[in-house]
Ligand binder design. Structure first.
Ligand SMILES: [Zn+2]
Length: 416
């Protein structure tokens, strides 16, 4: 990835030098790099500072970490969570019906992870290809029979795919576009492998909740960008892609799902696009003032969360963290929640178990740990899966106090 080609001090999408800081979360280590005990001493952290571009209103990290460091050995696995599989099933069903997927349909997924989503199309078509830089996952994907190229979708990768395999009718990228520093190059690659009337479908965290509610926990090194529809349309246009439809979805506490086609074939634009743009204008997403308020919201969230944690710790002893997602790692690091407040974290991902949380060094354990080392107070770190997580917790403890950080900070009391 030509990170060095991006000019420091300029907007990474439009090149404008008018960028200004609106949120600084301080130094945080890569949030998916769970550590073995002997790695803790040599851990590296990088500043998480968000800037807004006055030219295209794209919120972005000031400095990016080399994607090779973040994504080559990736511990987030698509098939690890039941809720995530359910989401991928919804996406597959939607794409199958909206695009009448049949045996001639060619589908490419960028960031295909372990191949879970692509495998869901096998009942309709065998013309499937994944691209993912995580070498550890590509092997898992191959074993499950989904062909995967272990790389980023650089323009050269796109050229090679097109030369060797032709063009694709449907190109999927869930939570990939906001992760790619040279986003315009990625989108040019997408355009390159796309059939003339093909469609690109992407999902990514929506800037709306970050700005209006101060939900800062989707800000981490992997998320270089936090798009509004406004900024996304202007970024796509730089690669010759037109946004033809868009919708808000609840994934990750609030995401955008966007459909794009090549601009040259006069694509028809859904009226939903204009409606969303109007809403963004009304909510201040195309205005620097709304962004200027985010820092204050985030500071008061930290103060209130620590008060709640320390109140419960006094009553019940140390808390247990529920889930070890990237967003939870951001909350823990920014708020200073370490082993003095959490005795351990439970998480289903076997690759995280037995390791320490990045930055704060709290041990991750399987859920069964609650049977041998019980607790009465919990911090829900996977708050976007609140319902699933609380149902699961009920199977392990009859009575508990659970802090839910977002969308509204609260404490839930379980009674037997
Ligand atoms: Zn810009």
């Amino acid at each position: 990835m030509p990170v060095s080609a991006l000019k420091p001090g300029k907007c990474k999408a439009c090149g404008s030098p008018d960028i200004r800081t609106f949120l600084d979360l301080g130094p945080v280590p890569p949030v998916n790099a769970f550590l073995k005990a002997d790695q803790a001493a040599s851990e590296k952290a990088y500043r998480l500072e968000m800037v807004l571009c006055d030219g295209c209103f794209l919120a972005q990290l000031r400095d990016v970490v080399d994607p090779d460091e973040l994504f080559r050995n990736y511990l987030h696995i698509s098939s690890a969570s039941a809720a995530n599989i359910r989401h991928l099933e919804e996406v597959a069903a939607l794409v199958k019906s909206r695009f009448k997927v049949g045996e001639s349909t060619r589908i490419l997924e960028i960031g295909s992870n372990d191949g879970t989503l692509l495998a869901m199309f096998r009942d309709r078509t065998g013309r499937l290809l994944g691209v993912d830089p995580a070498e550890n996952l590509v092997e898992i994907s191959r074993l499950s029979g989904v062909e995967t190229i272990p790389d980023f979708l650089y323009e050269r990768t796109a050229r090679r795919i097109r030369d060797e395999r032709g063009e694709y009718d449907i190109i999927l990228a869930l939570n990939i576009v906001p992760h790619t520093p040279d986003v315009v190059e990625l989108l040019r690659g997408v355009r390159h492998v796309m059939a003339p009337t093909g469609t690109f479908i992407m999902e990514g965290v929506y800037v709306l909740e970050t700005i209006t509610r101060g939900e800062f926990d989707t800000i981490y090194h992997e998320h270089v960008y936090c798009f509004s529809l406004h900024s996304l349309i202007s970024t796509f246009a730089r690669a010759g892609l037109a946004v033809v439809d868009a919708e808000k979805i609840p994934t990750q506490g609030g995401s955008l799902r966007v459909y794009a086609q090549k601009t040259d074939y006069g694509p028809e634009i859904s009226p939903r696009v204009a409606l969303m743009l109007r809403e963004e204008k009304e909510k201040g997403l195309i205005d620097t003032r709304a962004f200027a308020n985010v820092g204050g919201k985030v500071l008061s969230f930290r103060r209130e969360l620590l008060e709640k944690i320390d109140g419960l710790r006094e009553k019940h002893g140390k808390l247990v963290g529920l889930g070890a997602p990237a967003r939870g790692v951001v909350i823990m690091n920014y708020c200073g929640i370490g082993a003095d407040r959490l005795k351990y974290i439970v998480d289903d991902t076997s690759l995280k178990q037995g390791r320490l949380s990045p930055g704060t060094h709290v041990q991750v354990e399987p859920w069964d740990k609650l049977k041998t080392d019980p607790a009465a107070a919990f911090l829900l770190l996977s708050w976007n899966y609140e319902k699933d997580m609380l149902e699961k917790l009920r199977r392990f403890v009859p009575k508990a106090s659970v802090i839910v950080p977002f969308p509204d900070l609260k404490v839930i009391e379980f009674v037997p």
